[in-house]
Design a protein. Structure first.
Length: 358
């Protein structure tokens, strides 16, 4: 296998932009929900497996999720990862009642901030939120900014509600005001969507995550979130959850539906749906270490819109790093993909990791 090293001798640093962790408190709460028979089949499918399976995959992932020290740093070194942008794993605090969600999210932010202070040259944090309380989440985004966090992790739907509903928009307003990107991350598909997926074991990262998150992002676009907040930066992983590939048909049929007045909920937008991918949205390739997909998005969205990610610890494969090092693109585009796009989008040139308190 190709030797991988940190330090940038290949002409760029490698910044992994969608890397996960969990606190003991959140893990314990997840286990409690599973044991109680929590009425969310997507959550139970995901965390029933990771919290209860004796399989090597489940136990290794959970062990790595809990480590914000030597093991994680060792894995980064072995894969040649210089810096990791780290967020509370899915579904974050989104599945709890509001009071518990806020407590767990704030505590996770404090623990992550402490780890980032211990390793300021390696770790960059994202702010976890509790969208059950949008006003509190807006304040927590401000607090996270004070802690030095460089993005907001938004782990998808909230008990089956998608955040295109205007009651959630204070979250986007706060992020736009601070210039802080929002990372829209999958969780188990909502109850209204999951049935046929779960029936055939397709509800998780294999397919269902992308279906649910792609739907969520489309809903945000067509309900005018980016027209209301034109400077909002939103990041989506896994090659854009397939939406860049569908862009032509989405644009055509969305415009046709509006002209025909087919759906009362659809209103004209200020640009085609795909236009927001070139103005507001950035795409990472977490878990999609596949050159054709990366090259397609580079050619259609632009080299300035795509970012490297690993998806640690769910897909820790150092050989995938080497494969992406070998992608056929100019030295400038490759440096943008691995390093400078992340520095620009996350604002990594600015000081990080302050000492804000709960």
């Amino acid at each position: 296998m190709t030797h991988l090293a940190t330090g940038g001798d290949q002409g760029y640093l490698r910044i992994a932009t969608e890397e996960a962790f969990i606190t003991k408190e959140v893990l314990t709460a997840y286990k409690r929900l599973v044991a109680e028979g929590f009425d969310d089949p997507g959550f139970v499918s995901l965390w029933g497996f990771y919290s209860g399976s004796p399989s090597e995959r489940a136990t290794t992932v959970v062990d790595r999720l809990q480590d914000l020290g030597a093991r994680r740093l060792g894995d980064m070194d072995a894969a040649g990862i210089d810096k990791a942008v780290i967020a509370l794993t899915a579904p974050g605090a989104h599945v709890f009642a509001a009071a518990e969600a806020k407590s767990l999210a704030a505590d996770a932010n404090d623990q992550l901030a402490a780890a980032c202070r211990r390793h300021p040259q390696r770790f960059i944090g994202m702010t976890a939120i509790a969208p059950q309380d949008p006003a509190w989440s807006a304040r927590e985004i401000e607090r996270g900014h004070g802690l030095g966090f460089k993005a907001v992790i938004h782990n998808g739907h909230v008990a089956g509600e998608y955040t295109d509903d205007e009651k959630y928009w204070p979250i986007f307003e706060a992020a736009e005001a601070l210039g802080t990107p929002v990372y829209l991350h999958p969780q188990g598909p909502s109850k209204g969507l999951i049935g046929p997926l779960l029936e055939r074991g397709l509800d998780g990262a294999v397919f269902g995550f992308g279906v649910d998150t792609g739907l969520h992002l489309l809903r945000l676009i067509v309900m005018g979130v980016f027209d209301r907040f034109p400077k909002l930066k939103l990041i989506v992983g896994h090659g854009g959850e397939a939406l860049p590939y569908w862009a032509y048909r989405i644009d055509y049929m969305h415009a046709a539906g509006i002209r025909a007045g087919r759906h009362p909920s659809l209103k004209p937008l200020r640009m085609p749906v795909s236009g927001y991918f070139k103005r507001n949205i950035y795409v990472t390739f977490s878990g999609v270490a596949w050159e054709p997909a990366i090259q397609f998005c580079r050619s259609t969205l632009g080299a300035d819109r795509i970012l490297y990610a690993m998806d640690y610890p769910y897909q820790y494969q150092p050989d995938e790093v080497a494969a992406q090092d070998a992608i056929d693109m100019s030295a400038g585009d490759k440096k943008a993909f691995f390093q400078t796009n992340a520095e620009r989008v996350f604002g990594l040139e600015e000081p990080v990791h302050g000492s804000g308190k709960s």
